[in-house]
Write a protein that binds this ligand. Structure first.
Ligand code: MEV
Length: 443
């Protein structure tokens, strides 16, 4: 990948964008074939889930300007919401001016949970299980020898008492098996392990096995991202960079103090994260569950990213969240779109992919806070929304942009209004030909 900075990409036709993408990502025209087929044929979909009656498409866009740990990435993003791709790309360009995103990832450790119930003496159960730790880890290695050959495997066993036994009740204990799943998301690997060990653990505890399943609070597999943005990169038409920076910091403090705001703040982060998680064929429900559980780990729901003014006057951001994603196995083998997305990204490991994904989340957050701190989110959103309304009204080709422009100008972005404008343009082609086109957000 040469550079992810492609000025004017938004102005190119679809064919021209494909050519640029192929050139930048070192792909051929036939590599891009899945893009012309909705990325998934119905015959393949039929093998993926049950009762298939078709496929359901979402737009796939490219996040631009992403520089993460000194490397450029073109980022495939699958999302229905207008402005998410443009806003993240815009913010990534600002972050680029401060040297890009700096990210690190934990080892890919997933947690398998084995619940033990009717445990007669919980403390004795804890001691008995921990005394057998080495033998239990050995048993894990027998379950997944190929994972061990790839450098992964069970790393540790922890035991927690959830409900102590009393003279009249029996207790509940949960065993965590910490498993290095390497480049897999790991759900199947850890679920199999939990099932395989449950009988032995129950016997050691004197109780009975209960649930055996992974935890989506994958807090041993976090990614952390930081960035430092010079104020001049943040300035807008009506606000200088320092004012925008201070507005973003005030927005961060608001989220830190108020769970109602923190939920929306984090939703903005997930706009970017989910888009890449979906494009790369990963389980976005698992990422969502992990992110929100992590945000609430202190007992209060908190923002996943916070922003401060750094010692040099730059806006400094940091983001941390669990990142249970894979780049092998799972949906990837069945989904040509996911495989292509990974080729476009060029990431070599799940850890690297996770760091890019989190950087996109951080960019989405910065873009939202900057817009909210300046003119508010609605102006930008409305002009993009106008395009969707124009499409719903039946506009095609250049009429989409012209109807959208007229809608945005009128300040009445409604379907009936769009239908009226479209009828006028169709009845008078000369009027349509001279009508202005909607301005696209430039990333
Ligand atoms: C909209 O999809 C996301 C935002 O609400 C995020 C935020 O408020 O920070 C704009």
């Amino acid at each position: 990948m040469t550079s992810s900075r492609i000025p004017g990409f938004y102005k190119l036709s679809l064919d021209e964008r494909h050519a640029e993408l192929a050139r930048r990502a070192g792909l051929t025209e036939s590599d891009l074939q899945p893009l012309l087929q909705g990325c998934l044929r119905v015959e393949s979909a039929n093998h993926m889930i049950e009762n298939v009656v078709g496929t359901y498409a979402l737009p796939l866009g490219l996040g631009l300007n992403f520089l993460v740990n000194g490397r450029d990435y073109l980022v495939p993003m699958c999302v229905e919401e207008p402005s998410v791709v443009a806003a993240a790309s815009n913010a990534a360009r600002m972050v680029r001016e401060g040297g890009g995103f700096t990210a690190e990832a934990d080892e890919p450790i997933m947690i398998a949970q084995v619940q033990l119930v009717r445990v007669p003496d919980t403390q004795r159960a804890v001691d008995a299980i921990l005394a057998q730790k080495a033998a239990l880890l050995d048993a894990c290695a027998q379950v997944h020898p190929s994972l061990v050959r790839r450098g992964g495997g069970a790393r540790d066993i922890e035991v927690r008492v959830l409900e102590a036994s009393t003279p009249t009740t029996k207790g509940m204990v949960v065993v965590h098996i910490l498993v290095d799943v390497r480049d897999a998301m790991g759900a199947n690997l850890v679920n199999t392990l939990a099932e395989a060990l449950a009988g032995r653990l129950a016997a050691l505890s004197g109780g009975e096995p209960g649930l055996r399943i992974l935890s989506n609070l994958a807090d041993r597999r976090c990614v952390r991202v930081r960035c430092s943005v010079p104020p001049h990169a943040l300035r807008s038409d009506h606000h200088d960079g320092e004012a925008v920076r201070d507005g973003v910091v005030a927005a961060s403090r608001f989220a830190e103090l108020d769970p109602y705001r923190a939920a929306t703040h984090n939703k903005g982060i997930m706009n970017g994260i989910d888009a890449v998680v979906i494009a790369t064929g990963n389980d976005w429900r698992s990422i969502e569950a992990g992110a929100h559980a992590y945000a609430a780990r202190s007992g209060t729901y908190r923002p996943l990213a916070v922003w401060r003014v750094g010692p040099t006057g730059n806006l400094e951001g940091s983001l941390e969240l669990p990142m249970a994603i894979g780049c092998v196995g799972g949906t990837l083998s069945a989904h040509p779109g996911a495989r292509l997305a990974l080729r476009i990204l060029g990431t070599q490991s799940a850890a690297e992919l996770g760091m890019v994904i989190a950087s996109v989340g951080m960019a989405s957050n910065l873009a939202a806070l900057r817009a909210l701190a300046c003119e508010g989110i609605q102006r930008g959103h409305m002009s993009l929304h106008a395009r969707s309304v124009a499409l719903s009204a039946g506009a095609t080709g250049s009429l989409v942009e012209r109807v959208a422009a007229e809608l945005a100008r009128s300040g009445e972005v409604r379907l009936e209004r769009a239908q009226l404008i479209l009828r006028q343009f169709l009845a008078d082609p000369a009027l349509a030909a001279t009508a202005p086109m909607a301005e696209r957000v430039s990333p």
